[in-house]
Design a protein around this ligand. Structure first.
Ligand SMILES: [Zn+2]
Length: 366
């Protein structure tokens, strides 16, 4: 199948005017300027690599507007915990399905999803999206139950095409659970994703005893580490995470929801940290539209912001060469928007809705 658009954004090369992308099976086999008659002519549109949401909680999609921010992070988490107890499995299923549908509509083709209820996944309608189901783990204090939690997640992940382990955060997850999750993830090549340094002083928030431990002691350092937020990493922590090949995920509108100031871009950049974008959940955001996140990041050129949601995220997922670029050999995960001025700005600045998307050579939206 040949797809043509006024501009194609390969990401590792300049925009191609009147670009043709030849897709065979699930992969891209040629990218060129014009040539043969296309099967799909997108006209005045920009074709770009499908977006990768590097931090999301689909479970909470239907919590939109239900968890107000009252100025205290602990209070906000406790509100969610209370709401979760009231929700039935069917409510969660609907919530996850709504989230997947919204991602698909808005040009996201891959998502790192923190999942509290992996047993529900078998009951979902098959999704065309690539979902890294990352099983949430938390224990407050280590016990035999913590070990069983990891064993259970381990067994389940072996039935999935991709996924990871998600120890929740240093203030809700014991150090032994972190270490076991990290070791298990490393052994199987799964992601290890966790909320890290989201708020100042968070280690004291829930865990009343015990000293704060280093990232190395938690075992999270590695190329498979996807750290959400990282707002209060020290220079040394950011550098050690970067040196280990880990990534940080900024969630711009959730950041704003909590009234946080400028994200520590300078720190992340100095440390050489690979930075990605995520939506977090709708308990702290308005939508799962990653382009709306991009529009919030105005400090950098549109091309760099798009790279965070494509090239950088592909690196975080250890999927370089398969995701994040329109290049020969990559999976045909693509999206398009109407051309609206500059091609990069059409994606990262314009609000015109996504008009086409494809995952693994299968059209999702047209
Ligand atoms: Zn989160």
């Amino acid at each position: 199948m040949i797809i043509r658009a006024r501009y194609v954004l390969p990401m590792d090369a300049p925009p191609i005017r009147d670009g043709n992308v030849l897709v065979e099976g699930e992969r891209i086999v040629a990218v060129s300027s014009s040539g043969a008659i296309p099967d799909v002519d997108l006209g005045e549109a920009v074709l770009f690599p499908g977006l990768i949401n590097a931090h999301c909680h689909l479970d909470y999609t239907d919590m939109l507007g239900l968890v107000p921010w009252r100025g205290d992070f602990r209070d906000w988490i406790l509100q969610i915990t209370a709401l979760k107890k009231q929700w039935t499995e069917d409510r969660y299923l609907a919530s996850i399905n709504h989230g997947l549908a919204e991602l698909a509509r808005t040009g996201t083709t891959s998502v790192v999803n923190i999942e509290c209820y992996p047993k529900l996944v078998a009951r979902l309608a098959p999704t065309p999206l690539r979902v890294w189901w990352c099983v949430e783990l938390l224990d407050l204090t280590w016990s035999e139950d913590s070990r069983r939690m990891v064993e259970h997640a381990d067994r389940w992940l072996k039935t999935q095409p991709r996924g990871g382990l998600a120890p929740h955060a240093p203030y809700t997850t014991s150090a032994p659970l972190y270490r076991l999750a990290a070791r298990t993830a490393r052994e199987h090549g799964w992601l290890l994703t966790t909320h890290l340094a989201e708020t100042r002083g968070e280690n004291e928030m829930f865990r009343l005893q015990g000293d704060p431990v280093s990232l190395a002691e938690l075992g999270v350092l590695g190329t498979n580490c996807v750290a959400a937020h990282g707002n209060h990493l020290s220079d040394a922590e950011a550098e050690s995470l970067a040196r280990a090949g880990g990534s940080v995920v900024h969630c711009p509108r959730a950041h704003r929801f909590f009234g946080r100031g400028e994200a520590p871009w300078g720190l992340w950049r100095r440390a050489g940290l690979n930075s990605c974008l995520g939506t977090d959940s709708l308990a702290s955001n308005e939508s799962l539209d990653l382009r709306a996140e991009m529009r919030t990041v105005t400090q950098f050129p549109a091309r760099d912001v798009l790279a965070m949601a494509t090239v950088n995220a592909a690196k975080a997922l250890n999927c370089e060469g398969k995701l994040g670029k329109i290049a020969v050999g990559s999976w045909a995960d693509l999206a398009a928007v109407p051309l609206d001025g500059d091609p990069y700005e059409s994606v990262a600045r314009s609000e015109k809705p996504v008009c086409f998307s494809m995952v693994g050579g299968k059209v999702v939206q047209q």
